[in-house]
Design a protein around this ligand. Structure first.
Ligand code: COA
Length: 248
């Protein structure tokens, strides 16, 4: 475990907290690896019955670290991210997200894999993939149209129009909108409620609701192929460099 991902178990609920506040929880390769490891451990544990994904005050997750994108544009896509996406999509334990502050890129698309999402009233969800010369990932090109309808998915994912927490709830990708200060406690309460359900029935019912997991994994793989190509494009590299140079 690194200090950028903090894993704590409280009864039957495991909390995986992204903890890189100085970079708004932009995810590094090491962070993807640690989250995936914590999810796999939870899957293998009878004691853990629900997993909560959380951030720090002001930041759920600012997406993939753009420095890593730039490195990947030179060296090729790292398998850590791909492994994380597969693990997330195939997670056997219910996932609850506590979304406070910034939620961008994979900080949004990971929510489409969660079973229950609590968002702070001040949160906006945004996915500026196209503006970076990239495409949406994490099977969001399949899950977002399925969950929110093509029109809303297009403006979020392709046009990069942000959604407020309330709009995200109306669109069906957020369960509850609460005061910013209550995000973690409300999400934990939901996680505890889910964890208290009869585990066998829960696993069967959830499995039936997620019978499309195989197709989701295929979509992740298809997106990843295009994503890896686009990372190397001049337009993407220019966008990464512009972000990293913006304060200089
Ligand atoms: N990758 C790398 N670094 C990131 C980052 C990311 N995705 N998001 C934020 N950071 C870093 C900033 O570079 C800054 O680092 P510095 O202090 O060393 O300069 C630090 O986090 C704080 O961000 P800052 O931009 O100063 O804070 P802000 O409150 O003005 O804006 C964001 C926060 C998240 C809105 C803004 O940083 C942003 O737009 N980040 C990029 C998001 C993105 O495009 N992600 C990829 C999606 S596909």
């Amino acid at each position: 475990m690194t200090d950028t991902i903090v894993v704590t178990d409280d009864g039957a609920v495991r909390t995986i907290r992204m903890n890189r506040p100085e970079k708004k929880n932009a995810l590094t390769l090491a962070m993807y690896t640690e989250i995936a490891r914590a999810l796999r451990e939870a899957d293998a544990s009878d004691a853990i019955r629900c997993v909560m994904l959380a951030g720090v005050p002001g930041a759920f997750c600012a997406g993939n670290d753009i420095t890593d994108f730039l490195k990947a544009s030179e060296g090729g896509l790292n398998r850590d991210t791909h492994g994380f996406l597969h693990t997330l999509a195939g997670s056997k334990k219910p996932l609850v997200a506590a979304v406070g502050g910034v939620a961008i890129g994979v900080g949004v698309t990971m929510l489409l894999h969660c079973d229950y999402v609590v968002a702070g009233a001040d949160v906006t969800l945004s996915t500026p993939f196209l503006k970076l010369g990239l495409i949406p990932e994490a099977a969001s090109t399949m899950l977002a149209p399925m969950r929110m309808g093509y029109a809303r998915a297009f403006s979020l994912l392709i046009m990069g129009c942000p959604l407020t927490a309330v709009q995200a709830k109306d669109a069906g990708i957020v369960n509850a909108v609460v005061d910013a200060a209550q995000v973690d406690s409300v999400a934990l309460q939901a996680a505890q409620e889910i964890a208290a359900l009869p585990p066998k029935a829960l696993a069967v019912a959830r499995g039936l609701m997620r019978r499309h997991t195989g197709a989701v994994i295929e979509q992740i793989d298809a997106e990843t192929g295009h994503f890896a190509e686009l990372l190397k494009s001049d337009e993407a590299r220019r966008a990464f460099q512009a972000f990293l140079a913006r304060k200089k």
